[in-house]
Design a protein around this ligand. Sequence first.
Ligand code: ZN
Length: 291
Amino acid sequence: MQNSFNKRKEKILEFNTAMEELNLRKRITASIPKEIPEDLIVKCPSCQRFIIKDNYILDHKVCPYCNHHGRLTSKERIIDVMDLGYTELFTNIKEKYLDFPDYEAKLEKAKKDTGEDESVMCVEGKIDGIKCLVGVMDSFFMMGSMGSVCGERITRLIEKATEEKLPLILFTTSGGARMQEGVISLFQMAKTSQALAKYRENGLYIAVLTDPTTGGVSASFASLADITISEPNALIGFAGKRVIERTIKETLPKEFQTAEFLLDKGYIDMISDRKDLKKTLALLLRLHNYR
Ligand SMILES: [Zn+2]
C-alpha cells in the first residue's frame, strides 16, 4: 500500500515538472503529450493550461494559474465543506411530474451519468464541529434545474431547520426551473420562499451562490439569505445577458452578472475563495452563537 502510494507520488512529481515545462512553453492549445496518461491531467477551462489531476483535486478544483473555480458535484461540495459523518436526508421523495415527452428518459440518463437521484442533495451534519443543515445543488444533474423533488427537498430542509432551530446553508447552482415539469416547477419558487420567510424569523440562513446560479433559483431562495456569499467569478443572474440586451436595447458591461459586479452593487455580501469557505462558514455560524 505504502509502496504504491510512494510510486504514485513519484510519478506525480515527475509529471508536475513536465506540466510546468509544457505550460511555460505556452503550448497551451497543444494536446496532451502521448507519454502522459490522459486520466492524470485536466485542462483548465478558463486559461487552458494543463494541471495534474491530483493537484487540482487537492486544490479544491481551483486552477493554480488563474484561480478559476471549477464546478463541483453535490457530493464533492459536501466533502469539501463538511466534517466527516453527515447523514443524507429526504432520499425517499420520488418524482411527481407531468407527462412531458422524453422527460423520463432524460431523468434516467441524468441519474445514470451522475450517480445522483436529483439536482439537490440535503444533509444533516457538522461544519467545524457546528451542527447544521446543508442543501447542495448539482449543475451536472440536468443543469441543476429545480423540479418538484428538488423544491420539496429544499422546503423540507428549511422546515426541519425551523423546527430544530438549526442554521441553514444552501449552495446554489442552477439553470432555473425544470421546464419539463411546467408550472409545477414554478410553484417551487413560491413554496421554498414561503418556508424561508417562516424560518428567517428565528434562524440564520446563509446562501452560497456558485457558478452558475440563474433563473428560478436566483429568483427565489438564492436571493433570500441573511448572508449571501459567492465564489470568485461565478455567473449569477436571472435571464441571460443577451436576452436582456435585446430587450432593453443597450449594451451591458463585460463583467455584468459576475459575482464581483454583484458584490459592488450590494447584491451579495462577500466573495470567498473555495479554500477559505469552510473557515468562513464556521466563523459566521460562531458569530451567530451556533456551537
Ligand atoms: Zn486556469
